[in-house]
Design a protein around this ligand. Structure first.
Ligand code: ADP
Length: 391
């Protein structure tokens, strides 16, 4: 019998997000979405079935702590609603070899484990549910979809650091992340504005993790993230791009250990570090503390700088898209960003922007800017459906 339902799993350090899609001839249709939060301490299950109101949160208790037990609970819960025929996973790093979604088997899992040093804070968590499902549901087709894959089309200058070739050969490269989000936006743009989709676009994925991507005719040309998800824009708690000398200074002059430097770069910097108030844009927007304004101003400044850099990578610009939590919801960040980018041809329509309309530039604007909600899980479901259809 043809597979009918796909579970999509997106496992992070503390949460397991999931969706269940039914496969239809027109593509995957989401039937269920939800998450298990605080999986390593106090798991809380929440789900929404179709357009029904969200089910009440369920405390799973200490018997369910950990990825394996949470997944066992989730599988049993999902199978009360629908048979699960295949699973798709978000995996942050595919290294240089996996630039397409891949069916998981023992050899591929081993190869993905070998990439853990390239994404130590994400890859191990992504692999947990894959291993757990392989034991709980042997024989189930599992597919890995990579955040790095969309960026594999970057030319050599955009892929490499100016470091000795031995380091480049060892995998120290500019991979790029949030690729499933960019691929989804490129796909949606074809429906919304086919002419722009064939042109040169900068997409700003602004969430707790944030990056920007230069896309030409649907293909990635460059992005702000490099070897790790700590590069590029300042984020909720990550610093983004730094002078490499800062790391040497922290180690040598401030006697900071590698662990404490990692903690500063990933957990104490960005919006949280600058403001000293919060990593969360909503809270910063509501605060009248000057440090909150400073954090917002620095983020906007860097977004604008990268618009310039990515426009240079593209050789010009035909439009932009804002997406993810901040990009989709913060009219303030979009307004401040676009008001400083008049020189690129954007003329903001602030009524449309305040109302979170899809198009937020005026009719007279030389180039358009759009707001599009991203959906990485749906992109994964599309990939799994394609793979299953060709088997
Ligand atoms: P993640 O990278 O964890 O998936 P999200 O895409 O969910 O992050 O984005 C989270 C960010 O979006 C937070 O900084 C949050 O404050 C911000 N955000 C969400 N809603 C709003 C809003 N209405 N106004 C401003 N910022 C918002």
């Amino acid at each position: 019998m043809k597979p009918q339902n796909i579970a999509v799993l997106n496992a992070g350090s503390s949460s397991l997000k999931f969706s269940l899609f039914e496969l239809t001839p027109k593509g995957p249709l989401r039937r269920i979405r939800g998450q298990i939060a605080e999986i390593t301490s106090n798991p809380v299950f929440s789900a929404r079935i179709g357009s029904d109101p969200k089910e009440p949160d369920q405390l799973l208790g200490s018997n369910h702590v950990g990825h394996h037990r949470c997944l066992k609970f989730l599988l049993a819960w999902l199978e009360q609603h629908a048979r699960v025929d295949a699973a798709g996973h978000r995996v942050v790093h595919g290294g240089i070899h996996y630039s397409q979604p891949v069916i998981l088997d023992a050899a591929v899992i081993t190869a993905l484990e070998a990439l853990i040093p390239l994404a130590p804070l994400h890859q191990p968590h992504n692999l947990e549910p894959i291993r757990a499902l392989a034991t709980l549901h042997p024989g189930l087709t599992q597919v890995a979809c990579f955040d790095t894959a969309f960026h594999a089309t970057k030319r050599q200058e955009a892929q490499c650091f100016p470091l000795p070739a031995t380091l480049t050969d060892a995998g120290v490269r500019r991979y790029g992340f949030h690729g499933l989000s960019y691929e989804y936006i490129a796909m949606k743009l074809k429906e919304l504005d086919p002419e722009l989709a064939r042109g040169r676009v900068v997409v700003a994925h602004l969430g707790n993790g944030a990056s920007m991507c230069a896309i030409d005719n649907g293909k990635c040309v460059d992005s702000t993230m490099g070897m790790t998800a700590a590069d590029g824009l300042p984020m909720g708690t990550r610093s983004g791009t730094l002078d490499p000398g800062v790391l040497l200074y922290m180690a040598r002059e401030l006697n900071m250990s590698l662990d404490s430097i990692e903690d500063v770069l990933y957990r104490q910097s960005g919006l949280k570090g600058i403001s000293g108030i919060s990593h969360d844009m909503r809270q910063l927007e509501q605060s009248d503390h000057p440090k909150a304004a400073q954090a917002i101003a620095l983020m906007v400044y860097r977004i604008q700088q990268y618009f310039g850099a990515l426009t240079a990578s593209l050789g010009g610009l035909d439009g932009a898209v804002f997406t993810a939590g901040i990009g989709e919801n913060s009219s303030l960040i979009r307004r401040k960003t676009l008001q400083g980018l008049h020189w690129l041809g954007f003329e903001l329509d602030d009524v449309a922007n305040t109302q979170h309309a899809t198009r937020i530039t005026t009719r007279q604007s030389k180039i358009p800017a759009y707001v599009l909600p991203t959906d990485e899980d749906l992109m994964i479901a599309h990939h799994v459906q394609e793979i299953l259809d060709t088997r």
